[in-house]
Write a protein that binds this ligand. Structure first.
Ligand SMILES: C[S@@+](CC[C@H](N)C(=O)[O-])C[C@H]1O[C@@H](n2cnc3c(N)ncnc32)[C@H](O)[C@@H]1O
Length: 255
């Protein structure tokens, strides 16, 4: 039987697929949770890669992948089908409502919106308004029963530098490893399986490896897939140093 993935790599408890996530997810069985950083809405996605300067010129940074509008409904359908627990999906504030509506339409229980506060976010170069200082992540519970959460009355505010210790720097929208570690610690339990269908350079996978979670990652771009394999392989070699080490590295020294 032909497979929808071009490559499949197994590194310890991680399985990495190079392919389109909709095609690969259709062939997967259930996972405990989905934690992912999909592309943002088309209009915002373009704006992130485009900075208009005061002299009217634009600086374009091609992110190398398109926005999420056309595929959002299909992504959510697969995510809700596969997750037996949380779906945690990054977005900008403008995308929260669209994700919530799709999650609810697929039968998931929308829970809340987390904030990733970025004290070192890029300044607004043209001086015509406030720079973005945070991003969001919608959370929804995809199973029956009680929602599982490890952190008592803690607020869903995650403050992490973008240019954090441990940043790899080869993916244009890499999430801080410390942010992903804190999410894994708060929302999942040791030994559980976590799917990231938009793995990029594999930051979620590195966090899972460091915290003793099983990981399934999917990435369509071959260069990013190779970077993810390399980073997760490196984390695997270091795993003994990290598994079960707690608590998570919390906020950076700026607090
Ligand atoms: C926002 S980035 C994720 C970055 C990641 N969190 C990291 O720290 O490196 C989204 C990724 O999804 C990938 N992507 C976009 N559409 C995809 C699809 N249909 N299937 C698989 N990957 C896809 C892009 O190539 C991109 O690397």
């Amino acid at each position: 039987m032909t497979t929808p993935w071009k490559r499949k790599e197994v590194i310890g408890d991680c399985i990495l697929y190079h392919g389109d996530c909709l095609e690969v997810m259709a062939r997967l069985e259930s996972v405990d949770h989905v934690i992912s950083d999909p592309p943002y809405e088309d209009e915002l996605h373009k704006a992130i890669g485009r900075i208009r300067r005061n002299d009217g010129r634009e600086m374009i940074q091609d992110l190398g992948f398109e926005g999420v509008n056309a595929t959002r409904a299909s992504i959510v359908k697969e995510v809700v089908r596969l997750s037996q627990g949380w779906a945690i999906l990054f977005t900008l504030a403008e995308g929260v409502r669209a994700w919530r509506d799709e999650l609810q339409a697929c039968g998931a229980k929308y829970d809340t919106c987390l904030a990733w506060v970025k004290p070192d976010s890029t300044p607004r170069m043209n001086g015509q308004g406030a720079a973005r200082g945070f991003e969001c992540a919608v959370t929804a519970w995809c199973a029956g029963g009680y929602r599982s959460w490890n952190s008592g009355g803690k607020r869903g505010i995650y403050t992490h530098l973008t240019n954090n210790r441990g940043r790899d720097g080869r993916h244009p929208t890499e999430k801080p490893l410390s942010l992903m570690l804190e999410l894994v610690d708060d929302f999942t339990k040791s030994g559980q399986s976590i799917l990231d269908p938009f793995m990029g350079s594999g930051t979620t996978g590195v966090a899972c490896m460091q915290r003793g979670r099983k990981f399934i990652g999917i990435e369509r771009d071959p260069t990013f897939f190779d970077i993810a394999c390399e980073r997760i392989e490196k984390a695997s070699r270091q795993q003994d140093m990290f598994v079960e080490r707690s608590p998570a590295p919390k906020q950076e020294a700026f607090l």
